[in-house]
Design a protein. Structure first.
Length: 110
C-alpha cells in the first residue's frame, strides 16, 4: 500500500479547484484526508493539457496536484489497462484510472 486511499479523477479535482459545494460536501461527508488522495498520470495530462489553459490556471492546478500523491504509469498498470480494455471495452482514460486505483487498492471518487 502506498498511502493512497482515494484516486481522484479530473472532474473531481476541478471541483476542488472551483470549490464546488457538492465536491466539498463529499470530502466532508466521507471525512477524506486529501493528503491520502492521489491522481493518475492521465488525470495530470487532462488537467494540464487543456489548450486554453492560462499561466495562472496552470499554477493553480500544479499547486493542487502538489498537495496530492502522484501515481505514475507502471508496466503493471499498463498490463491491467490492456486487460480491462480487452474484456470491458472501456475508453483508454477510464481504463487507466481504473487500473491505477486497482493497483494501489484505492477507491475512486467519493
Amino acid at each position: 500500500m502506498n498511502g493512497i486511499d482515494w484516486l481522484l479523477d479530473t472532474n473531481f479535482i476541478l471541483g476542488l479547484l472551483k470549490s464546488n459545494p457538492e465536491t466539498l460536501s463529499m470530502i466532508s461527508n466521507q471525512q477524506i484526508d486529501t493528503r491520502r488522495c492521489g491522481y493518475s498520470a492521465i488525470t495530470r495530462m487532462e488537467l494540464l493539457g487543456f489548450p486554453g489553459l492560462t499561466a495562472e490556471e496552470e499554477i493553480l492546478i500544479s499547486g493542487k496536484l502538489a498537495c496530492l500523491q502522484y501515481l505514475p504509469l507502471t508496466k503493471e498498470i499498463e498490463d491491467m489497462v490492456i486487460g480491462l480494455r480487452r474484456s470491458h471495452r472501456v475508453k483508454l482514460p477510464d481504463a487507466i484510472i481504473a487500473a491505477s486505483a486497482l493497483t494501489c487498492n484505492a477507491q475512486t471518487d467519493p
